[in-house]
Design a protein around this ligand. Structure first.
Ligand code: SAM
Length: 223
């Protein structure tokens, strides 16, 4: 990968890692399977499809959790590609490392918040953020969005999958179970922010699970 080595980017500051961290890592995958009634696989497949990965791509996943998507991404980018998976929760990273080891998936892990990844500018041509933006405190989200653009190359693509309010009866029940009865409008929030940032081509997609959407953006070079 010709995108340079990660290094500390700027001095660490208070709040760089904060967010709603998940510490019950060994139960997370089971929770996802139960919560999605087996539809999680379809959401994962669609997320990877939207990332349009090619062999040799440099991928960063932010808020990776147990890193199922990073392992899938590594298969798609092959040995000449690179996948860096980031999460601030040491427990999630430990579980992710174990699962990657079992599959012999060469994913690199880093402990960081998505608002301050510590990665170099333009080190990735694909950034994936699945179900993690709503874990970032509201006051840190624009920092996290700006970080996505900073680490992306020109013409690089990002895929953000997250909640967009409860849709229909099933969506409302799910959101209430997740203690989000009103439903966060994360995709609209991201779309509003990115559409004010100059040349970023944006498209929204629905996902095969109620209340989940994806925002796909391509960072265009400045005119
Ligand atoms: C619901 S899980 C999603 C995990 C995985 N991306 C997936 O699709 O299954 C949310 C993850 O975001 C992480 N997280 C919390 N605060 C964060 C932050 N500020 N930056 C990045 N990730 C954060 C949590 O520790 C957790 O692993």
């Amino acid at each position: 990968m010709a995108h340079g080595q990660p290094h500390a980017h700027g001095a660490a500051s208070k709040g760089d890692k904060r967010g709603h961290h998940i510490h019950w890592a060994s139960h997370y995958d089971l929770f996802v399977r139960l919560f999605t009634f087996g539809r999680g696989g379809g959401v994962r497949r669609k997320t990877i499809d939207l990332a349009a990965l090619r062999p040799g791509d440099a991928v960063v996943e932010l808020g990776c959790g147990t890193a199922e998507l990073s392992r899938r991404a590594k298969q798609a980018v092959g040995s000449e590609g690179r996948v860096i998976a980031i999460d601030p929760s040491p427990e999630m990273l430990a579980e992710a490392r174990t699962l990657a080891g079992k599959e012999d998936a060469d994913v690199e892990f880093r402990e960081a918040g998505m608002q301050a990844t510590g990665l170099p500018d333009e080190c990735a041509n694909v950034v994936i953020v699945s179900l993690a933006v709503h874990h970032v405190y509201e006051e840190d989200r624009t920092r996290a969005f700006a970080e996505i653009l900073r680490i992306l190359t020109n013409n690089g693509r990002f895929v953000i999958v997250d909640f967009e309010g409860p849709r229909g009866f099933f969506g409302k029940v799910m959101m209430t179970l997740l203690l989000h009865p009103k439903g966060p409008q994360i995709i609209s929030e991201a779309e509003n922010w990115f559409s004010d940032q100059g040349p970023v081509a944006l498209e929204r997609y629905t996902l095969p699970f109620p209340g989940l959407q994806a925002l796909v953006g391509v960072k265009r070079p400045p005119p």
